[in-house]
Design a protein around this ligand. Structure first.
Ligand code: ATP
Length: 448
């Protein structure tokens, strides 16, 4: 019992450290913070945006740019209410909720330890009701119910409603997919655990259209692809686990779901998901596809075209959960000469900053001038994600860049002025190398 308490303390400790690092170093801030915060919303600072962009780019590159069977889309967040009626979200996208009769606080009924007692004040909890998680709004000035719309709770429907447009514009043959990255909104009853459960978040989703008889083959294929991307981006794979989701726990549209769970400090919980959505969505939107015979069959006069409703395999990734799991995967604390340092061991292609450039002393114009003109500006033009850091002494700069996860710190010192070389310090080993300024671009390119 004692040991468990200690572990809990360490786990809470770790989350506190991560939340505080994210704020201190300009990754993530509480939404509407100066007015007391808005639950379940976060604002992304400069390095957080860079990290998110790198994650999204790596995803897009793997799943869209490097394939010939994938089409990108960026659909509107607001859609007609009929979309959400057809998709089943108006009727069924709800979580069970209980309200305390005494303090009036509301809770996710399925997450309570005691279904009858309020965890806040000990009061009696009322009967469980279904709470629809979609944010409703009105489009235009009309007060009529026909003006009701919703902020999308998943990006998926934006792809289904563009299925026909995509087929008409690009004439793809099965199997093919649509991919989208964008915001989704859910009015979660109890947002919690930092980026894990928010009311506004981002998803990266694929709807992969297939012939029904091939679904198991494609499901297995996408399971492998998802795992391979997780590894590429730098997640700690020892903390990723697969869970076959039971029928009663699956979303209303899914015939099979595998969740990829992650060992967060607050428990083993969903990171990403893979679902077999059957023909549920296309059928409900009354969409069809003319399945042409393969070229060889058509030439031999054998196969003939037929109207079908394709089935769908959906790999879905939450961007925010990816960020949280990645930070937890790469957060390292080590101790040297009695001093603890913490750093983020991002892969260089994912790190928000590839390298930071510093003049040894900021009050020496000749060092500043050299560092700026001959090192920072050319590297910035080449790599973009390059930081200028002349704040505090060198030790402090290293600590700061370690916490941002910058793989290389480049220092211009007095020797540089005569030998045109700089010191490059490695984030993980702390080792320093002298590199010719003329070779810097090549050196960094090789490392990334
Ligand atoms: P959970 O069971 O944790 O509520 P879910 O099964 O409802 O998640 P999906 O509908 O499968 O989630 O959504 C796809 C992905 O979107 C999830 O795998 C997750 O990465 C992300 N996601 C879902 N809800 C949230 C949220 N409230 N905050 C942040 N990310 C979310």
């Amino acid at each position: 019992m004692k040991k468990e308490k200690k572990e809990n303390l360490q786990e809470n400790d770790l989350m506190e450290k991560i939340v505080s690092l994210c704020k201190r170093r300009g990754f993530v801030f509480q939404g509407s913070e100066i007015y007391g915060g808005l639950g379940g919303t976060y604002d992304w600072g400069h390095f957080g945006v860079a990290l998110k962009n790198n994650i999204k780019q790596s995803w897009w590159k793997k799943f869209v740019d490097s394939r010939r069977d994938m089409y990108g889309i960026d659909a509107a967040i607001l859609m007609r209410q009929e979309v959400w009626q057809a998709s089943g979200h108006v009727a069924g996208f709800a979580d069970p909720m209980s309200e305390c009769e005494k303090c009036k606080m509301r809770f996710r009924a399925d997450q309570l330890e005691d279904a009858k007692k309020c965890p806040e004040c000990g009061g009696k909890l009322g009967e469980v009701k279904q709470f629809n998680m979609m944010f409703s709004t009105r489009v235009g000035a009309s007060q009529d119910s026909s003006a009701t719309s919703y902020l999308r709770p998943e990006t998926a429907q934006g792809m289904f409603v563009n299925f026909k447009n995509t087929v008409d514009a690009f004439h793809p043959r099965l199997p093919f997919g649509l991919a989208q990255i964008g915001k989704a909104f859910r009015n979660e009853i109890t947002p919690r655990d930092f980026l894990f459960r928010q009311r506004e978040f981002e998803q990266m989703e694929i709807e992969y259209f297939i012939r029904e008889e091939d679904w198991e083959k494609h499901f297995e294929y996408w399971r492998g692809e998802m795992l391979s991307w997780m590894q590429e981006v730098g997640l700690d794979m020892a903390k990723v686990h697969e869970l076959e989701v039971l029928k009663e726990d699956r979303a209303h549209y899914s015939s099979r779901t595998v969740d990829f769970e992650f060992d967060y400090p607050f428990g083993k919980k969903e990171l990403f998901g893979l679902a077999y959505r059957t023909d549920f969505d296309l059928k409900n939107h009354k969409l069809e596809y003319i399945d042409e015979p393969a070229d060889a069959e058509a030439m031999s006069g054998k196969g003939k075209s037929q109207k079908i409703v394709p089935h769908v395999i959906e790999p879905t990734f939450g961007v925010d959960r990816a960020v949280l799991a990645l930070i937890l995967s790469v957060y390292v604390e080590d101790e040297k000469d009695g001093e603890v340092r913490s750093y983020l061991k991002f892969k260089p292609n994912i790190a928000p900053v590839i390298c930071a450039v510093s003049p040894l002393l900021k009050n020496k114009p000749e060092l500043v001038e050299y560092a700026n003109k001959k090192v920072y500006e050319p590297l910035k033009a080449e790599f973009g994600r390059v930081a200028w850091d002349d704040n505090g002494n060198i030790g402090k700069r290293y600590r700061r860049q370690d916490e941002i996860g910058t793989p290389f710190c480049i220092v211009v010192d007095f020797d540089t002025l005569t030998d045109d070389s700089v010191t490059v310090r490695d984030r993980d080993t702390g080792e320093q190398e002298r590199i010719k300024v003329a070779d810097l671009k090549k050196y960094i390119k090789e490392k990334i």
